[in-house]
Design a protein around this ligand. Structure first.
Ligand code: PBG
Ligand code: ZN
Length: 322
């Protein structure tokens, strides 16, 4: 007998030697909040994902809770963007109102806020620019910090800067501490690649850049070592959790990052990864088990925290396939 078969003989032994298990505490579910009233609108590019106006959150939050989803990541999609990204840091912004509402509905729902300017700024970029096209760093950091502080003031449990500006974690930590929010953790989108896999999200967040692309501040998909440098910088600056994004095409980066950072590691299974798998399942090309496998493998590669649009499907899939 070939040796390994002894450990694969029946379900009991396979369960005993299995290295990785999924649980609902692994998952963070992204939610998209819009201005207006009475809106629960399916996002064309993301099946089963919706734009919610604040007044429509109650049913969704209760449903998430019933399914065992305990962590949400909020994105704001305001009606009116402006050149200063004002809706990002306004205490009355859609994210800030959303946090207050969710905490009112369920104080135990753990609320993480994405911190970036692209969804709130008329040009769809994550930063401000100088005349010559260079990044206006001070002003960008300042605006990001104001955004994080106003989210914390609204009751956010954690902030997650996705802007990729140099020095953003240190600046945000200082701003949060000075405002009395020492206990609010920062999850850095540390190794965020300039990826085509964000395509469907840009529809959802109405955040496609009006000119150019994000390659000046997001990473070249060809670079693994540079990603480790970005992770190391965020760790040094005081991040509490680091993230690699996207997930599946970057599992090597994820694994290597766990070797240089002793912080909890997150991975973002982004909109394009979701759309690919969901479409294949819907068209009978893949069995739904592919959803479970994709998340299991992201966890096996080293992510203890997985941001995924599949979070709501997972109780059922875990029950079936684990
Ligand atoms: C904004 C942001 C993006 C995503 C998360 N935060 C888009 C981007 O950088 O263009 C992508 C998420 C997804 O594709 O699911 N900075
Ligand atoms: Zn952005």
């Amino acid at each position: 007998m070939i040796l390994p078969t002894r450990l694969r003989k029946n379900p009991a032994i396979r369960d005993l030697v299995r290295e990785t298990h999924l649980a609902m505490t692994d998952f963070v579910y992204p939610l998209f909040l819009v201005d207006g009233e009475g809106i629960k609108r399916e996002i064309g590019s993301l099946k089963n994902q919706y734009h919610f106006s604040i007044d429509m959150l109650e049913e969704e939050i209760k449903d998430l809770k019933a399914k065992g989803v305990r962590y949400v990541l909020l994105f704001g999609v305001p009606d009116e963007k402006d050149a200063e990204a004002t809706p990002a840091f306004s205490d009355d912004g859609v994210v800030q109102r959303g946090v207050r509402k969710i905490k009112e509905i369920d104080p135990d729902m753990y609320v993480i806020c994405d911190v970036c300017l692209c969804e709130h700024k008329s040009d769809g970029h994550c930063c401000f620019f100088e005349e010559n096209g260079d990044i206006k760093r001070e002003k960008t950091l300042d605006t990001l910090c104001k955004t994080a502080v106003s989210q914390a003031r609204a009751g956010a449990d954690m902030v997650a800067p996705s802007d990729m500006m140099d020095g953003h974690i240190a600046a945000m930590r200082k701003a949060l501490d000075e405002a009395g929010f020492e206990s609010i953790p920062i999850m850095g989108y540390s190794a965020k690649f300039a990826s085509t896999f964000y395509g469907p999200f840009r529809d959802a967040a109405n955040s496609a850049p009006a000119f150019g692309d994000r390659r000046a501040y997001q990473m070249d998909p060809a670079n693994g070592v540079e990603a480790l440098k970005e992770v190391a910088l965020d760790v040094e600056e005081g991040a509490d959790i680091v993230m690699v994004k996207p997930a599946m095409p970057y599992l090597d980066v994820l694994t290597r990052a766990t070797e240089i950072s002793y912080l909890p590691m997150a991975a973002y299974q982004v909109s394009g990864e979701f759309a690919m798998i969901q479409n294949a399942v819907d068209n009978g090309l893949l069995d739904e088990r592919a959803i479970y496998e994709s998340l299991l493998c992201i966890k096996r590669a080293g992510a203890g925290i997985i941001i995924t649009y599949f979070a709501k499907d997972m109780p059922e899939l875990i029950a079936k396939y684990q």
